[in-house]
Design a protein around this ligand. Structure first.
Ligand SMILES: Cc1ncc(COP(=O)(O)O)c(C=O)c1O
Length: 391
């Protein structure tokens, strides 16, 4: 989307960029340009068109005040991942880029005129980086290019089913790709989930970057296991844990396994809807006052019924007493990426540990889960013990 209040220049910029699309030889992409000449039109387009992947903004649309980057804030509050490139006269480029950390890059107008191909290639290159899928790409390549299987499982890429006169319909139902993709952990080039190496490690790092955390880990047994891994990492016998009585049973189980001491916050029934609400902040504060030596607070972020709570207040208060906060966001993996929910996101609120059932409300296969960690005192080595054993 190109934004420029100066209509003739808006049209010229669009024409320059359109003129080089065929030269770039990217038939895998469908490139379209949308030209708007006001901030309000840009915001409306962003609200209605989820396919917009880059914004080219003429700095003059921001008005005389050089520091006014409100349009950039408006764009980023809607689509954080969409890069904003600013265009303007060469001599003000440095000043412009210094105005907002949210500006991806600056293109001088005369460069767009003289070499639109390099500007567009730059934007597409950023898009390629954003859509990189290191694990999936390596996995597909390995599965497709490997024509024999010297590892478990014993169906050997489906050969035993395919050759069976009794159960070859099993092979036919799922098809070849399913069987050749059923790989063992011993395929070293794909990396190790336990060690976070190679393609898996790269994918985990990209997830951490996307979710704005220091570390992200993939878990293959659901958030039930993610929750237990975190509790096993953080709790020792007798440690006090303040928890919502309505936490998922995996949380209760993890606390029992660690032989820690749960301090239960009351469940609050919302009589109007007949559903449980999150625990009250006042009770939580009272619990903390009486138990300043508590190790951890565990709450459910977005309850099973979809109720939200102001987690930032909880996190800020707990951190004053050096109490770590772990939020089970099994049902809220998208929270950070929706302008309406971002404020309620556990990561945005500053929680130390967050779990997401990637298979529940985003598109992962069954039981895929994320652990996200922002705890400055995170003990990676100790965490790895539980992660490897339970995962
Ligand atoms: C709040 C909460 N946490 C954790 C879980 C467990 O999730 P998973 O199915 O990913 O193990 C559930 C399951 O419904 C849940 O509701």
């Amino acid at each position: 989307m190109i934004i420029d209040h100066n209509k003739p220049r808006l049209i010229t910029t669009q024409q320059y960029l359109e003129s080089v699309v065929s030269v770039l030889d990217r038939n895998d992409l469908s490139l379209e340009f949308l030209a708007v000449n006001s901030e309000s039109a840009a915001v409306t387009e962003l609200d209605n068109d989820g396919d917009i992947q880059a914004v080219l903004l003429s700095w003059e649309t921001l008005g005389d005040a050089v520091a006014d980057s409100s349009i950039i804030d408006a764009i980023k509050s809607r689509r954080l991942e969409v890069p904003v490139y600013v265009t303007g006269e060469d001599e003000v480029g440095f000043d412009i880029v210094s105005c907002s950390s949210k500006i991806e890059a600056f293109f001088a107008l005369h460069d767009i005129a003289s070499d639109p191909e390099s500007c567009l290639a730059y934007i597409i290159n950023d898009f390629d980086d954003r859509s990189e899928t290191p694990f999936w790409t390596a996995y597909k390549k390995y599965a497709v290019e490997t024509n024999d299987s010297w590892h478990t499982p014993g169906h050997s890429g489906g050969a035993s089913f395919r050759s069976s006169s009794y159960i070859n319909d099993f092979y036919k139902f799922f098809g070849r790709n399913m069987f050749i993709s059923d790989l063992s952990v011993s395929v070293d080039s794909l990396g190790s989930l336990s060690d976070g190496t190679n393609a898996i490690g790269k994918a985990q790092n990209l997830v951490a970057n996307t979710f704005e955390v220091k570390h992200s880990y993939f878990v293959t047994n659901g958030s039930s296991t993610s929750n237990k891994i975190i509790l096993q990492t953080l709790l020792r016998e007798g440690d006090k844990v303040i928890i919502d009585r309505n936490c998922h049973k995996s949380v209760h189980y993890g606390i029992v396994q660690a032989r820690a001491l749960p301090l239960y916050l009351d469940s609050i029934l919302d009589p109007k809807y007949g559903i449980f609400a999150p625990p009250s902040l006042s009770q939580l504060k009272a619990f903390i006052s009486d138990n300043k030596d508590a190790k951890l607070i565990v709450l459910t972020g977005c309850t099973y019924d979809g109720l939200l709570t102001d987690l930032k207040q909880v996190v800020d208060y707990a951190h004053q007493f050096d109490i770590k906060v772990f939020i089970d966001e099994a049902w809220f993996a998208y929270s950070l990426f929706h302008p309406q929910y971002r404020e309620y996101s556990a990561i945005n609120a500053g929680a130390d540990y967050v779990t997401h059932s990637a298979h529940k409300v985003v598109s992962a296969f069954s039981q895929a889960s994320y652990i996200h960690i922002n705890d400055p005192d995170f003990d990676k080595d100790f965490f790895k013990e539980g992660y490897v054993l339970l995962n």
